[in-house]
Design a protein around this ligand. Structure first.
Ligand SMILES: Nc1ncnc2c1ncn2[C@@H]1O[C@H](COP(=O)(O)OP(=O)(O)OP(=O)(O)O)[C@@H](O)[C@H]1O
Ligand SMILES: [Mg+2]
Length: 605
């Protein structure tokens, strides 16, 4: 079988290598932290042993994935692709899923199989993610998003356990902390969704953590740079002492996440601006490449290839990906795309002419494209334009962030993520920012998030301060203030004027929260026999929204608070923690007993 894992330790820095297999553990002792970096385009697994972490934090292992077709060699990441049978049984994940689906398609036996790719991006695009959100694959098969994620996480988890066992390491599941990466720009509902998917995949709550990708990236960048200065390997490296500010651009496949950080006391990290970004990852280039082919060849022709010649279509996509990675091209600077024979045939049947002749008369790209031996030869200058949209977005967004007061004194820029491997990006971003900032690209930037997630799992308190992305609050009713309140919110109770829908602010956009810092709000019973109280939680892009019905406000979830006892005087204090990687909630009643508060951020009513 392809894709056989072979765990390999990759030394990012100069450290002694040694396989560590001591599995004697106290009950519940965490011996190993494993990160499942679940990317839009590529996914991977990395881990380190807790007993080694203190001494050698960068001694991080990664699972290896091997494709059988194509020229590529085994890598530390595999495509985020899941193949299932019609009964929803998992067939394969990663390269193996792509290859097996291609083989099935060759025999026209792929119908009925479920084939999901790039599905993580759909969570980003889905504003109203619910527990029952459904995703549709290429062939129109629908499946619950949570099942797709749950199956993928379960597969990766099993892969690591099998690999450890194969190497004689008998570590037990209960001695592992599992970290799953997510983009920081995901909303709170998407984070809850991922947590629930992980639980479905058999990861116990207490052994699970989410790692925000830019945080993971910044932890890794900090560790590598500190390690290098310590070892004095590169004299030109910054010292990264306390107070050093740096900007991290995580250039992934789907998204680009940008965050501003500062080195805090004890080599910890302080967030100085919340992570922002957009869908400008490497996938944008593939999409533009495909749109270019579509404009040349015809949408109908490509659609038929995709529908009826799946394997050839997958080959074409793989070729586009490979050529995007090597834009130096041939000796004349041309990028060569292999045109499948099936495509030439479909073109001829549909258009009554040969593609080679049609391209020869293409005036828009005169002298810059031609076809020779079934190869479309495209001038490098055309391919470079496919990078332009995302590059412009990245540059403009980064400029606007660097213009903010929080960025004053910032000197260093760190580029990570797979897209930071791109020759074009490596040239253009330093051109845009290299005058003012020192730009660093750590070795193997595409593994930074995965390794950083392991470091985060080993030491979650490394992020000491986080910045609130929104203003958060609950809805309350208070006395109506005639000169202040909008009459549309006025209600009367027992002859008294009240104002409903008032935004009760708990956290302000841009506010800094220390790790574990809580904000409390009091919830009163409004019926003597009340057992549970529903409190709605809102977010706003404004600093001071007045009413929860303001344009800037969206309900993000609701809390259900247990109300023990009887009577109207009962009061429960609900604490929300904004300093963690996701909002958490707890509550106590007047007699100082903790009460159950459930926080649902998935908009399921
Ligand atoms: N040498 C290269 N040149 C150009 N692009 C590259 C190169 N190497 C990798 N990439 C691109 O990097 C992207 C993958 O990066 P990465 O693995 O960091 O993303 P991801 O984790 O899948 O996505 P995300 O972080 O958005 O969820 C792909 O779009 C891939 O084409
Ligand atoms: Mg990523």
């Amino acid at each position: 079988m392809s894709d056989e894992p072979a765990g390999i330790w990759i030394p990012p820095c100069s450290q002694p290598t040694e396989e560590h297999t001591d599995t004697t553990a106290l009950p519940d002792e965490i011996l190993l932290v494993a990160a499942l970096d679940f990317g839009t385009t590529y996914s991977g697994i990395a881990w380190s042993f807790t007993r080694e972490f203190e001494k050698y934090p960068l001694r991080i292992n990664s699972l290896m994935w091997s494709p059988i077709v194509g020229p590529s060699q085994a890598t530390f990441k595999t495509p985020t692709v899941l193949l299932l049978k019609s009964n929803k049984e998992v067939v394969a994940f990663g390269y193996a899923a792509e290859e097996q689906y291609g083989e099935l398609a060759d025999d026209n036996a792929h119908h009925g199989y479920y084939f999901y790719r790039n599905f993580k991006m759909l969570l980003y695009e889905n504003e109203t993610l619910r527990n029952d959100t459904v995703l549709v694959d290429d062939e129109g098969h629908a499946m619950q998003a949570k099942d797709i994620f749950g199956h993928s996480i379960r597969y990766m988890k099993k892969r690591l356990l099998d690999d450890l066992q194969a190497r004689g390491n008998m570590i037990r599941d209960e001695n592992i902390t599992w970290v799953v990466t997510i983009p920081a720009i995901w909303n709170d509902g998407a984070k809850q969704f991922m947590r629930e998917a992980a639980i479905m995949a058999g990861i116990p709550v207490k052994q699970f953590r989410l790692a925000l990708e830019p945080e993971a990236a910044s932890i890794y960048a900090k560790e590598v740079l500190i390690e290098r200065t310590r070892g004095n390997i590169h004299q030109q490296m910054p010292s990264f002492e306390q107070g050093t500010k740096y900007i991290v651009l995580d250039l992934g496949g789907g998204t680009v996440d940008i965050s501003l950080k500062e080195i805090a006391e004890g080599n910890n990290i302080k967030e100085i601006h919340h992570a922002t970004g957009g869908p400008w990852g490497g996938l944008t280039v593939n999409k533009e490449f495909m749109a270019f082919l579509e404009s040349l060849i015809g949408k109908d022709v490509l659609e038929e290839l995709k529908k009826n010649h799946k394997s050839a279509w997958l080959d074409l996509e793989r070729d586009v990906e490979a050529k995007k990675r090597n834009i130096s091209g041939d000796k004349d600077g041309r990028i060569l795309i292999q045109i499948p024979a099936e495509l030439l045939e479909i073109f001829e049947n549909k258009k009554n002419k040969k593609l080679i002749n049609a391209i020869a008369f293409e005036t828009k790209y005169a002298g810059k494209i031609d076809i020779k031996r079934n190869c479309l030869r495209v001038d490098k200058s055309i391919v470079e334009t496919f990078f332009k949209t995302c590059l412009d977005n990245i540059v403009n967004h980064t400029r606007s962030l660097l213009g903010k007061p929080e960025a004053a004194g910032l000197k260093y820029m760190v580029l990570v993520g797979g897209f930071a491997e791109s020759e074009y990006i490596r040239e253009e971003l330093p051109k845009a920012f290299g005058q003012k900032l020192q730009v660093f690209i750590p070795d193997e930037p595409w593994l930074a998030v995965m390794r950083g997630a392991v470091l985060f799992g080993q030491n979650p308190t490394v992020i000491q301060t986080r910045i609130s992305k929104f203003t958060y609050g609950t809805n309350v009713i208070r006395y109506f203030m005639t000169d202040f309140d909008d009459p549309q919110h006025k209600i009367e109770e027992d002859g008294q004027p009240y104002c409903k829908n008032v935004f009760n602010k708990l956290a302000e956009i841009g506010q800094s929260f220390k790790l574990g810092e809580n904000v409390s709000t009091e919830v009163f019973a409004h019926r003597a026999d009340m057992r549970k109280m529903k409190v709605r939680l809102f977010k706003s892009t404004e600093k001071d929204p007045r009413y929860v019905t303001d344009k800037s406000c969206t309900q993000i979830g609701q809390m259900v608070v247990d109300m023990p006892g009887f009577g109207m005087e009962r009061m429960v204090t609900v604490s929300l923690c904004f300093g963690e990687e996701e909002i958490t909630c707890s509550g106590i009643n007047e007699s100082q007993k903790s009460v159950h508060v459930s926080l649902n951020l998935l908009g399921d009513g």
